[in-house]
Design a protein around this ligand. Structure first.
Ligand SMILES: Nc1ncnc2c1ncn2[C@@H]1O[C@H](COP(=O)(O)OP(=O)(O)OP(=O)(O)O)[C@@H](O)[C@H]1O
Length: 200
């Protein structure tokens, strides 16, 4: 078995003076995937934000290669892609322009990333006219831009039709095949074979 690359040790999180979760620990090796499941309000989104370094943990540690993952937050931010509930799109920019913004941040080829989510026919439309499923696909197209170590995905398939969920399969598989890790919060089935489950 490969050595752990990303490790969470005894994480706890408070929100609005309520303990949302405690004693959350896991390890992920290159290529592995973890599904976060649990009832509404169990803390899946909060945990993803903690793992992204966007929300401070009340307790616990995050390690990358056995070193403090958050010692340098810019480095941590650069090795992951975080996709929250919101699609983070500028309504007035076209689909291609929205993705171009992320391509300038992360690198990668915009037409190829649009193609990966079957969005080329919509490339020139302003994001405001896209349907909710098309907007979600455009958010997901950021994953197809440039490789990175860890994908943190919050309900990635909400609003997607069956064909679009299927398109996500090869994207996730290619990321894992090159050693990328995935942590996804979901209430829906995801094309992530052999993923472990962490129930909150
Ligand atoms: N910004 C916030 N301020 C205060 N409390 C919050 C905030 N965001 C979330 N919470 C609370 O933290 C708890 C966990 O919320 P979170 O969104 O992490 O759950 P979740 O498991 O992702 O839920 P869902 O399945 O509904 O998406 C909830 O009780 C929620 O009310």
């Amino acid at each position: 078995m490969e050595a752990a690359l990303f490790t969470a040790q005894d994480l706890a999180c408070w929100r609005a003076e309520r303990l949302v979760f405690a004693e959350i620990s896991f390890t992920l090796a290159p290529g592995e995937a973890l599904l976060l499941t649990g009832a509404n309000g169990a803390g899946k989104s909060s945990l993803l934000r903690v793992l992204a370094g966007l929300l401070p943990a009340a307790e616990g540690k995050l390690l990358w290669n056995n070193e403090d993952a958050l010692a340098d937050r810019v480095t941590h931010g650069a090795r992951l892609r975080y996709l929250g509930h919101q699609d983070a799109l500028k309504p007035a920019l076209s689909a291609a322009e929205n993705l171009g913004f992320y391509a300038r941040l992360h690198g990668g080829d915009v037409p190829a990333a649009l193609e990966a989510l079957d969005l080329l026919p919509l490339a020139d439309l302003p994001a405001r006219v896209l349907s909710s499923g098309q907007k979600r696909r455009l958010a997901l197209a950021r994953l197809a831009l440039a490789p990175c170590g860890l994908w943190l995905l919050d309900e990635p398939t909400v609003g997607l039709d069956t064909a679009s969920v299927a398109r996500l399969g090869p994207l996730l598989a290619a990321h894992r095949a090159r050693g990328g890790m995935v942590i996804a919060a979901t209430h829906l089935p995801l094309p992530l074979p052999d993923a472990r489950e962490l129930r909150l």
